[in-house]
Design a protein around this ligand. Structure first.
Ligand code: AKG
Ligand code: FE2
Length: 344
C-alpha cells in the first residue's frame, strides 16, 4: 500500500524540496568526501573491567563517540521503542501539530531545527523532532503523548533501562579518568536534567542539498543514541576536520560525550561536532537520550584533574549560564563551551 506523503507538523502541504530546505552551496554536506575507511570503536560491555575501562577512556579521548554492544537493554524493548517513534511521526500531521512549538521551555514539544545562514535567513532541516523529559526512577508517563497507544508505557520502561546504563557508563568513564566511580555522577548532581529527543528524517530527493541536523556538539554531559538499523545518516567530525560516518551496528547504541563532560574532564574527553545527513530512499529514526546537570549545578574542571601540568581549561559556571549562551547561539554552528574557556 502506498503510504501518505510525509507532512511536517507545522506544514500545510506534503514535504517537498522547496527553497526553505535548500542550503547555500558553502554549507552543503559534501557527501562524496565522507571517509569510509575510519570507524569509531565498538566496545563490548561484557569485557573484563580493566580493559573495558581503558577502551572506553581511549574512545572518549580520541573520538568522543563509540558504539556499545551487550549493553543489557533488551533487544525487543529497543525494537518496540523504535517502532513506536516511527509510528508517532506517521500520525496525521494535525495530531502532531498540537505539540508543535518553538518555545524551548515546553517540556513536551515537536519542533524543527534550522540553520541561520549569513547570520540571517533560516534554512529548515529535513527532519522533525519530538522532545520530552525522561526520568529513570520517577513516573513521567503523564507528560508524554497519548499516541501511539503504548508509547507512555514503553518510554517509561526504556527510560529505566537507559537510566541504569547511563550510571554504568558514567562510572566507567570516571574510573577511566582515574577518579572514584561516583565522581562524574556526583559532579553532575543528583537531580540531572534528562531529555529525550527522537529525530525523524523522511527520505529526501536530493540529500546533497539538505541536512537532517546541522553540525553541533551535544550541550549535555552524555548521550546514548539508538538509530535505525538499515540506514546511515549520522556523521562525526574527527580531529583533522574530516567527516566520518557512524554506520549502524546491530543491537548497539551509539554513546557520545557532551560538552559538560569535556569541561568536567578538563578537556580530556571530547565533545565533538556531529550532524545527520538525509537519505534518498529510506526514512531514518534516531532516539537520543540526554543526561546533563540541572540549571543550578555548578560545572567546572574536576579538582583532581587540575594541576600545574594541566591548568584549568574552563572557568566554572552555573549550568543555567551555559544554557543562556547556548540559546544565544541558536541557529549557528554553536561554539558554546568555547565561551567558558580560560586563556592559557
Ligand atoms: O540522528 C542522529 O543520529 C543524530 C542525533 C543527534 O545528534 C542529536 O539528537 O543530538
Ligand atoms: Fe547530537
Amino acid at each position: 500500500m502506498e503510504r501518505a506523503p510525509f507532512c511536517l507538523a507545522n506544514g500545510s502541504t506534503p514535504l517537498s524540496l522547496s527553497d526553505d530546505f535548500i542550503l547555500p552551496a558553502h554549507v552543503r554536506p559534501v557527501l562524496s568526501s565522507v571517509s569510509t575507511s575510519i570507524t569509531v570503536p565498538v566496545i563490548d560491555l561484557n569485557d573484563k573491567q580493566p580493559s573495558l575501562i581503558k577502551n572506553i577512556s581511549e574512545a572518549c579521548e580520541e573520538y568522543g563517540f563509540f558504539h556499545i554492544i551487550n549493553h543489557g537493554v533488551p533487544e525487543e524493548l529497543c525494537r518496540r521503542m523504535m517502532a513506536a517513534i516511527s509510528d508517532f511521526f506517521k500520525l496525521p500531521p494535525q495530531e502532531r501539530s498540537h505539540l508543535f512549538t518553538e518555545d524551548k521551555t515546553k517540556p513536551l514539544r515537536v519542533s524543527n531545527y534550522y540553520l541561520k545562514v549569513e547570520g540571517q535567513y533560516k534554512v529548515t532541516m529535513w527532519s522533525e523532532t519530538l522532545a520530552h523529559p525522561w526520568y529513570a526512577f520517577d513516573d513521567f508517563a503523564h507528560l508524554l503523548p497519548r499516541n501511539p497507544p503504548h508509547y507512555r508505557e514503553l518510554a517509561s520502561e526504556y527510560a529505566k533501562e537507559i537510566g541504569w546504563l547511563m550510571r554504568r557508563l558514567l562510572s566507567l568513564m570516571s574510573q577511566g579518568l582515574g577518579l572514584k566511580k561516583d565522581r562524574l555522577r556526583e559532579r553532575l548532581g543528583h537531580k540531572p536534567r534528562l531529555v529525550s529527543q527522537a529525530n525523524y528524517y523522511p527520505p529526501c530527493p536530493q540529500p546533497e542539498l539538505t541536512l537532517g541536523l546541522p553540525a553541533h556538539t551535544d550541550l549535555n554531559a552524555l548521550t546514548v543514541l539508538m538509530q535505525s538499523e538499515d540506514v546511515t545518516g549520522l556523521q562525526v567530525m574527527i580531529k583533522d576536520g574530516e567527516w566520518i560516518s557512524i554506520d549502524p551496528v546491530p543491537n548497539a547504541f551509539v554513546v557520545n560525550i557532551g560538552d559538560q563532560i569535556q569541561v568536567l574532564s578538563n578537556g580530556r574527553y571530547k565533545s565533538v561536532h556531529h550532524r545527520a545527513v538525509t537519505n534518498k530512499d529510506l526514512e531514518r529514526v534516531s532516539i537520543a537520550m540526554f543526561y546533563g546537570p540541572n540549571k543550578d549545578t555548578v560545572v567546572g574542571p574536576i579538582e583532581e584533574l587540575v594541576d600545574e601540568e594541566h591548568p584549568p581549561m574552563y572557568r566554572s559556571y552555573r549550568y543555567e549560564e551555559f544554557l543562556e549562551e547556548f540559546h544565544r547561539q541558536e541557529g549557528t554552528r554553536r561554539r558554546v563551551k568555547e565561551a567558558f574557556e580560560l586563556p592559557n
